[in-house]
Design a protein around this ligand. Structure first.
Ligand SMILES: N[C@](CCCC[B-](O)(O)O)(CCN1CCC(O)CC1)C(=O)O
Ligand SMILES: [Mn+2]
Ligand SMILES: [Mn+2]
Ligand SMILES: [Mn+2]
Length: 305
């Protein structure tokens, strides 16, 4: 595996300080060395620099929209470059609004993508359905063709075009949706394995059915967008929107091992690690180490040795 890493120290898709430091905590836990240790060729492209955006007043409900739009424009360019250099891209967040740039940049280099969204949340609120105005709860609404008509003109978003079809999105781990999100999922018929399905089917069947769905027509490169809050808070407490009843560490690792085996993983986001939100050093370590191990699973680490 040839891996390109980009850090996106960005937090303005939500309100809790600290998530901008997630990337450096993941690096400090040895991600690059560990990837090399399992035979990957790794290029670390460093961290993006996000300039301050003054007078970033709300637009409707949307909070700090100009900062979010600009950050994602920069990220899209960086991801496109990493892909054009022939790597699988690893984007280290930062909050989940960064998926706007990561998936846009990925789609610019690969015309059709499958998106596997592993998260407690659907992150598919539109600017009109969002209950909070936090753009980390909205990224998919900007990316999906079928929701394009629901997106108003937003300053610093003019670069953005939708690039993913609803049928090419699969969710795993859902357990906290807003009413507008539930309606959108049903209306668009998006494939979703909530924690109920994980319990009913077991993770092996969930992955089997996820791959059947993604590969039902033509096999496309996979974009895995992994929100660390998909895992149970007992495993990953240091995150901004924890929700009880999440994936076990083992289920998370199974997901990444299985995606690795498809040979189609083309980009992965690891977002929402917030070192400020661990009550103890151990809570931060547990969260960061889970993020690292999930990424190692994406690139060939298997538990059988
Ligand atoms: N759906 C939420 C949470 C988004 C989480 C984003 B992430 O990247 O972490 O997946 C709102 C969640 N909801 C708001 C009302 C509360 O009573 C319950 C939580 C939103 O703000 O849109
Ligand atoms: Mn989430
Ligand atoms: Mn998320
Ligand atoms: Mn979050």
């Amino acid at each position: 595996h040839s891996v390109g890493i980009i850090g996106a120290p960005f937090s303005k898709g939500q309100q809790r300080d600290g998530v901008q430091r997630g990337a450096d905590h993941i690096r400090a836990a040895g991600l690059v060395q560990k990837l090399k240790g399992q035979g990957c060729v790794v290029k670390d492209y460093g961290n993006l620099t996000f300039e301050d955006v003054p007078k970033d007043e709300p637009v409707g409900m949307l909070k700090t929209p100009r900062a979010v739009g600009r950050a994602n424009e920069l990220l899209a360019g960086a991801v496109q470059k990493i892909k054009s250099d022939g790597n699988t891209c690893v984007m280290l967040g930062g909050d989940h609004s960064l998926a706007i740039g990561s998936i846009s940049g990925h789609a610019a280099s690969r015309n059709e993508l499958s998106v596997l969204w592993v998260d407690a949340h659907a992150d598919i609120n539109t600017p009109l359905t969002t209950p909070t105005g936090n753009i980390h709860g909205q990224p998919l609404s900007y990316l999906i063709y079928e929701l394009h008509s629901k997106i108003p003109i937003i300053p610093n978003f003019s670069w953005l075009k939708p690039c993913v079809a609803a049928k090419d999105v699969v969710f795993i781990g859902l357990r906290d949706l807003d009413p507008g999100e539930h309606y959108i999922l049903k209306h668009l018929g998006i494939k979703a394995f909530s924690m109920t399905e994980v319990d009913r089917l077991g993770i092996a069947k969930v992955m089997e059915q996820t791959c059947d769905h993604m590969f039902s027509k033509v096999k496309k490169p996979i974009h895995l967008s992994f929100d660390i809050d998909a895992l149970d808070p007992s495993v990953s407490p240091a995150t901004g929107t924890p929700v009880a009843g999440g994936l076990t560490y083992r289920e998370g690792i199974y997901i990444t091992e299985h995606i690795c085996q498809t040979g189609l993983l083309s980009a992965v986001d690891m977002v929402e690690v917030n070192p400020n939100l661990g009550k103890t050093e151990d809570e931060i370590k547990s969260t960061v180490n889970a993020a690292v191990d999930l990424l190692l699973g994406c690139f060939g680490r298997v538990r059988e040795g």
